[in-house]
Each structure stands twice: as structure tokens, then as C-alpha cells.
Design a protein around this ligand. Structure first.
Ligand code: DX5
Ligand code: ZN
Length: 218
């Protein structure tokens, strides 16, 4: 079963709780929270404070995507704020294995994220440590960008790598996901879909979630 994780990056921040409740009513699986520091990516969003406030307003599992340098410095704060799943970028971690272990020790589910240009070989030796691999399908930093088709081959290769090792790990795709690209990603092997503008940019949020779900169930 494919999971849907709306990214609040494209939500109306003045009505955040309301917008989160709308996707929750629509039956999504996770809430995807994009944390950006202005260093690792050229944009700044929000930190643990906003996540903690949202935690009071939602039952959804929080899928926190850390696009920050040295994420190990903030893991405790994000877990305390209510993160269930934490993705750290391989490009941002000096000691990736240790960082993933720390996430687990803190009681959250560890995931590793890769930029489009980063090869799968960079995570080969930490696969046993993670619950999910996040493959960026755009260069991180902004919502509303175009899906990079070259990542399709990478999804296929990752799926094969996991199957060969008998590893039951989710493959999440993030960036430029809409009804059309979602189907391509799922056919390639992805099973968690992040969507920002396709959901929060729509007039009818619940309809946008239904459309996305139907697009991959055909
Ligand atoms: C991009 C973020 C994404 C973003 C996706 O750096 O990681 O989660 O919100 O937005 P869309 O779906 O609009 O590409
Ligand atoms: Zn994201």
C-alpha cells in the first residue's frame, strides 16, 4: 500500500493547524515537515517550535525531513518536539552511521535522504540502520519544482538493492510529485509519496489527496 505524506512547505502558514487537519481528514499517512537552515539548502523554513505546536493539533505520524548541516546537533530537540520519523541527508552528515543510531536511541525511526546527484553507493553500508530511504526527485530547497526523470532509474536500482538484501525498507520520493510522476515513481519501486504543491496548492485539499491516491492505484 502506497503512503501519502503531504509537505506543509506549500501550505498557508497563517492557517497551519487548519491545513494539517484538512489532510488528516483526507486520510493521509504521514505529515511531511521540511526543515531548512539556509546553509545546507538556500532557504529557511521552521524548526522544532512549530513542530511542537503542530503536534498538539494532529494525530498523524510526523515525517521530519532535515535539510540542515550537522543534523546531529538538533536530533534531541526534534524528537522532543514530536518527530516520529527523521530523515537526515547523507551529504550533511560527517558520521552518518552514528547519526542514524542516535535517532534510533532517541526513540524515533531513522531515515536517510539523498540529493538527486548523490549515488546509492553512499548508503550501501547503512541500509541495515534505516527504516526508509528518501530519494530527492528535485534539488532540495523549494516547493513547486519539476520532477527530475533521471531519478526513476535510481529508484529502480535502490529497489533492487533492497530486494537483493531482503531488506524491508520504505522508499520515499520527494519533489515534483503529482498524479503523473507519482505513478512513474511507484512503478519504479517507491511506496511513500511526498507532495507539497500538488496538495496544498490545490483549491480542494481533500480532492487533491484522493486524486493522488487514485493515480497510483490504477
Ligand atoms: C523540497 C522539499 C519537498 C517539497 C516538495 O526541498 O523537501 O518536501 O516541499 O514540494 P513539491 O511537492 O511542491 O515539489
Ligand atoms: Zn521534503
Amino acid at each position: 500500500m502506497v503512503k501519502i505524506a503531504p509537505s506543509i512547505l506549500s501550505a498557508d502558514f497563517s492557517r497551519l493547524a487548519e491545513q494539517v487537519q484538512a489532510v488528516e481528514r483526507a486520510g493521509v499517512d504521514y505529515l511531511h515537515l521540511d526543515v531548512m537552515d539556509g546553509h545546507f539548502v538556500p532557504n529557511i523554513t521552521f524548526g522544532p517550535g512549530i513542530i511542537k505546536s503542530l503536534r498538539q493539533n494532529s494525530q498523524l505520524p510526523f515525517d521530519v525531513h532535515l535539510m540542515i548541516d550537522e543534523p546531529e546537533r538538533y536530533l534531541e530537540s526534534f524528537v522532543a518536539a514530536g518527530a516520529d520519523l527523521i530523515s537526515v541527508h547523507v551529504e550533511a552528515c560527517r558520521h552518518l552511521h552514528r547519526t542514524l543510531e542516535t535517532i534510533k536511541e532517541l526513540g524515533a525511526r531513522p531515515a536517510v535522504a539523498l540529493n538527486p546527484a548523490t549515488p546509492l553507493s553512499s548508503i550501501e553500508h547503512v541500509l541495515a540502520e534505516v527504516d526508509m530511504v528518501l530519494l530527492m526527485t528535485v534539488n532540495p530547497g523549494f516547493g513547486g519544482q519539476k520532477f527530475i526523470p533521471a531519478v526513476i532509474r535510481k529508484i529502480v536500482q535502490l529497489k533492487k538493492m533492497l530486494d537483493d538484501e531482503n531488506l524491508n525498507i520504505d522508499i520515499e520520493v520527494d519533489g515534483g510529485i503529482n498524479a503523473e510522476t507519482a505513478l512513474q515513481a511507484v512503478r519504479a519501486g517507491a511506496n511513500v509519496l511526498v507532495a507539497g504543491s500538488a496538495i496544498f496548492g490545490a483549491n480542494d485539499i481533500e480532492k487533491a489527496v484522493r486524486t493522488l491516491r487514485m493515480s497510483v492505484n490504477t
